[in-house]
Ligand binder design. Structure first.
Ligand SMILES: Nc1ncnc2c1ncn2[C@@H]1O[C@H](COP(=O)(O)OP(=O)(O)O)[C@@H](O)[C@H]1O
Ligand SMILES: [Mg+2]
Length: 243
């Protein structure tokens, strides 16, 4: 479960064409990242997949089922996730399963422990640091029953060190939960470190310019960032984005 398929998606806002004939897929359990310049239509893609807006043409399916104009089938972490300040950490994590109508706590407590937040179950968001809040928003997405998680630039507000820790943490968690991930970033290094596959989006109107299959084995460690092959791919994608 968790196979996402977009075919020939086009979308305009008024006279502005944002997406032009975008087709791609995410396989079950795969980690796919979309990189593209700012304003190229990345968040728009997520809003389409999440059923918040409809495309002008094309199809979007999850495991063969239509997603256009239907909500609740994907787990979506927006660019600026917010926790509910009046809910405890545990109650915030439980929100996604509550919305999906599940009564039990699912993996919530286990996830809180994996996020390094044991002891904070009954704390409130204002008592947590930025990185901790980010992890809560993540495990809330992971605790949802949906088979695919869409993450829109989740680390862009974090400093470089915290960002790298979060990337490693995300990979360790993802490995255990067998969900598909569609990730958005404009950070090439981040995309290379995390993904199975990278899709490079062109400038507006955006289409898929290139697909790069990432050859690095897992688990991935920090050394990878300084390897020749990593540098070479980084340069290549940098040029793809500019040309
Ligand atoms: N609701 C909207 N109405 C009009 N224009 C929009 C709307 N949402 C996004 N846009 C425009 O569409 C383009 C792509 O936006 P967005 O998908 O947010 O880009 P990205 O996430 O890649 O930075 C931008 O030029 C933006 O101004
Ligand atoms: Mg965006």
């Amino acid at each position: 479960m968790g196979k996402l398929h977009l075919q020939h998606i086009s979308k305009s806002y008024g006279a502005t064409k944002v997406l032009q004939d975008v087709s791609f897929h995410v396989n079950e359990g795969e980690f796919v990242t979309i990189v593209g310049p700012s304003g190229s239509g990345k968040s728009t893609l997520f809003h389409l997949i999440g059923g918040l807006i409809a495309p002008d043409s094309g199809t979007i399916t999850l495991d063969g089922k239509n997603l256009i104009n239907t909500r609740g089938h994907i787990s979506y972490m927006p660019q600026n996730p917010s926790l509910f300040p009046w809910r405890t950490i545990l109650k915030n994590v439980l929100l996604s399963s509550e919305i999906a109508g599940k009564k039990d706590a699912g993996n919530a407590l286990e996830l809180i422990e994996k996020a390094g937040l044991s002891g904070y179950e009954d704390a409130y968001p204002h008592q947590l640091s930025g990185g901790m809040k980010q992890r809560v928003a993540f495990i809330r997405s992971l605790n949802s029953p949906q088979s695919i998680i869409c993450l829109d630039e989740p680390f862009s507000a974090l400093d470089e060190f915290t960002r790298f820790e979060m990337q490693e943490w995300l990979l360790s968690i993802w490995k255990e939960y067998q969900k598909s991930i569609l990730f958005i970033t404009h950070n090439i290094e981040e995309a290379l470190f995390l993904s199975d596959r990278i899709l490079v989006l062109s400038d507006k109107p955006a289409s898929i310019k290139k697909e790069i299959i990432i050859p690095f084995s897992r688990p991935r460690t920090e050394d990878l960032l300084l390897s020749d092959e990593f540098m070479k791919l980084k340069r290549e994608i940098h040029n793809d984005l500019r040309s």
